[in-house]
Write a protein that binds this ligand. Structure first.
Ligand code: IPM
Ligand code: MG
Length: 363
């Protein structure tokens, strides 16, 4: 089969980590007899530099014309990069938000899983890690605070900034259904996270999630307040299966969950709509401080490519092969700097390209 993949390398470490993921995809193509065609798409700071816009209409059209999009990361140092002197809607992140909205990518899946081999890189104590953990954060991605009306105006002689948080029943219901569907394929537990003790949008969230839950009698579900969830993630991460939550809470909790796994460099993600199309990207950012040094961990991007094979192309065996190769590389003792154990004597430190090569060798 032939698949057309849009590729957004982006900024910072983006080009380095995407190059490794493409290398892995090509090796999979050769092994399983698939042809992957790539279309390069500009987004983020590199698009601003080339076109003045973080995401052009042509870029959106190219993404729409692809079967799926694989992305690295966008953005730069928010204190020093000239991109952050631009108006908010011209900055790198605006491109990503616009792409998510244009493609209706409302469901963001962020798996956080502790590899046995990376226990040493996990900042939590052994008794907290226990048997390990394996959770899926389902983040609503096209509503809420990040897409509400916003303004900064002078009122009574001082600046006043406003952001609005809106959710409709439809938006909540469709993400909740996705969350429960995924739970059915996992350990059948959903923790819906909100701030229903304060926010109206959270109270509606809770009501709709309860309605959806009634259609899934096999799934155990609970509600948890977001501040408590932030605490529970470091106190007892093993309790979670699917965490279902709104946009901003999911943004914050998924970074926390990734760090609990040992490194944000390990966390893949998929952003899906109602079709087979998806945008696949590592959950981590562009890490401008280490860009170009050849030390970034490409694993999250490689695992995102595996998610693309699984969710958009239904190539389960191929996705399994990538995931197994990643596991094997860790078992064989290779580590990028971000996942080095505290006592690094027993492992071999490798760079971005070498990690990609080692994974390809094990496919
Ligand atoms: C993420 C990122 C983005 C988000 C930024 C870059 C807009 O933090 O994917 O988690 O907040 O959604
Ligand atoms: Mg984030």
């Amino acid at each position: 089969m032939t698949y057309n993949i849009g590729v957004i390398k982006g900024d910072g470490i983006g080009p380095e980590i995407v190059t490794e993921a493409v290398k892995v995809l090509d090796a999979i193509g050769a092994k399983f007899g698939h042809q992957f065609n790539y279309t390069q798409i500009l987004m983020g700071g590199c698009s601003i530099d080339a076109t003045g816009e973080p995401l052009t209409d042509e870029a959106i059209a190219a993404a729409k014309a692809s079967d799926a999009v694989l992305m690295g990361s966008i953005g730069g140092n928010t204190s020093t990069s000239p991109w952050y002197k631009l108006p908010a809607d011209k900055r790198p992140e605006a491109g990503l938000l616009k792409l998510r909205k244009s493609l209706n990518l409302f469901a963001n899946l962020r798996p956080a899983y502790l590899y046995e081999e990376l226990k040493e890189a996990c900042p939590l104590r052994d008794d907290i890690i226990g048997e390990g953990f394996d959770m899926m954060i389902m983040r609503e991605l096209t509503g809420g605070l990040y897409f509400g009306e916003r303004s900064t105006k002078e009122e009574n002689g001082q600046l006043v900034a406003r952001d609005s948080l809106t959710y409709s029943e439809t938006e909540i219901r469709r993400i909740a259904k996705r969350g429960f569907d995924i739970a059915m394929k996992r350990r059948k537990k959903v923790t819906s996270v909100d701030k229903a003790n304060v926010l109206d949008s959270s109270r509606l969230w809770r009501k709709i999630v309860e309605e959806v839950a009634a259609d899934y009698p096999e799934v155990t579900y609970e509600h948890m307040l977001v501040d408590n969830c932030a605490m529970q993630l470091v106190k007892d991460p093993g309790q979670f299966d699917v965490i279902l939550t709104e946009n901003m809470f999911g943004d914050i909790l998924s970074d926390e969950a990734s760090m609990v796994t040992g490194s944000i460099g390990m966390l893949s993600s998929a952003s899906l709509n109602d079709t087979k199309f998806g945008l696949y990207e590592p959950s981590g950012g562009s890490a401008p401080d280490i860009a170009g040094k050849g030390i970034a961990n490409p694993i999250a991007t490689i695992l995102s490519a595996a998610m693309m094979l699984r969710y958009s192309f239904d190539l389960d065996a191929e996705a399994d092969a990538i995931e197994a190769a990643v596991k094997q590389v860790l078992k064989d003792g290779y580590r990028t700097i971000d996942i080095m154990p505290r006592d690094g004597s027993s492992v071999t430190r490798v760079g971005t390209v070498e990690m990609g090569d080692l994974i390809v060798e094990r496919l």
